[in-house]
Design a protein around this ligand. Structure first.
Ligand SMILES: C[S@@+](CC[C@H](N)C(=O)[O-])C[C@H]1O[C@@H](n2cnc3c(N)ncnc32)[C@H](O)[C@@H]1O
Length: 277
């Protein structure tokens, strides 16, 4: 199988449409017809009937869980810079820059950066994006660590978000990326946030997981997810080995009701990791 990560971009349309459906700020800018179609095709063709057999959470509930938790934890850190790696069609960068006055850099592959730049160019927020920047960088390229240092500049309290990304990378690619992050962030009061699926948690979803993987393989033309860490302990060990000093999970109960997702940590098939260098 080829390792063409541009193919995972269609899933970004589905998540963007889900955030619009959740009523997240500025999500309407990135809600596409393809996202609507992907969301409802999955729900009507593949999602409803496995739920007759199991009580697995819906895709929308899982996406809401990770998106709300990452948002609350990122804001809670009171960052001076938000770096959203593989931002796709996320509305978070624009929200942090325009609504919260936080300098934001979104990093993605060139085709996604130009698609997003086009959307922002046509948007009513166009004149209010002085704190927002898009950068076309392949985070798996050799020079990424130095490119990230350049993006960080003199930031003292950066937050780096990777939402919906690590699962598409092999274990070696994850180790490479996490190592680059840990080294570039060393010495700063930095926080890295990412969603992570572990095999033991995924197993709780049973048939629903199989359907989701099947759908992702379909829309990404074979570039499916690349396996999971076995459990939380193995995942934390991998992040520590990459150079992070502290690796824990974000828990919904740390936030007030307006910020937290409806699903509890026990019900969730994924974890939101928070790591510090
Ligand atoms: C599945 S989407 C997730 C987008 C968004 N964060 C979300 O939650 O919907 C994955 C994104 O990762 C980007 N991506 C994949 N490989 C990448 C790489 N090596 N460097 C930078 N971005 C990458 C894709 O272009 C795409 O926008």
């Amino acid at each position: 199988m080829t390792d063409d990560h541009t193919r995972i971009s269609p899933t970004a349309h589905v998540t963007a449409w889900t955030w619009h459906r959740m009523g997240m700020p500025h999500a309407e800018l990135f809600a596409t017809r393809g996202g609507w179609l992907g969301f409802w095709s999955f729900r009507l063709l593949l999602e409803w009937w496995p739920r007759l057999l199991t009580s697995a959470p819906t895709l929308a509930a899982c996406l809401a869980y990770r998106h709300r938790l990452i948002e609350a934890a990122a804001l809670g850190h009171t960052p001076d810079l938000l770096i959203e790696i593989a931002g796709g069609l996320s509305r978070r960068g624009v929200t942090f820059a325009v609504d919260h006055g936080i300098r934001t850099v979104e990093i993605d592959l060139p085709h996604m950066v130009s698609a997003k730049a086009g959307i922002l160019e046509r948007s009513p927020l166009k004149e209010r994006l002085d704190l927002h920047r898009l950068e076309a960088i392949d985070v798996l390229c050799d020079g990424f660590e130095d490119q990230l240092r350049a993006v960080l500049g003199s930031s003292e309290r950066p937050v780096v978000v990777m939402e919906g990304l690590l699962g598409y990378f092999t274990m070696d690619q994850r180790a490479q990326l996490l190592g680059s992050l840990a080294r570039a962030l060393a010495g700063r009061d930095a926080l890295v946030l990412a969603d992570v699926y572990t095999a033991d948690r995924r197993a709780r979803m049973g048939l629903a997981t199989t359907m989701l993987r099947f759908a992702i393989r379909g829309v990404t033309r074979g570039q499916g997810t690349q396996g999971s860490w076995a459990d939380q302990e193995t995942m934390e060990a991998a992040w520590t080995a990459a150079g992070f000093g502290s690796v824990t999970s974000v828990l919904p109960m740390s936030f007030d009701a307006a910020q937290r997702p409806r699903m509890t940590a026990e019900e969730a098939p994924l974890l939101v990791v928070q790591a510090r260098p």
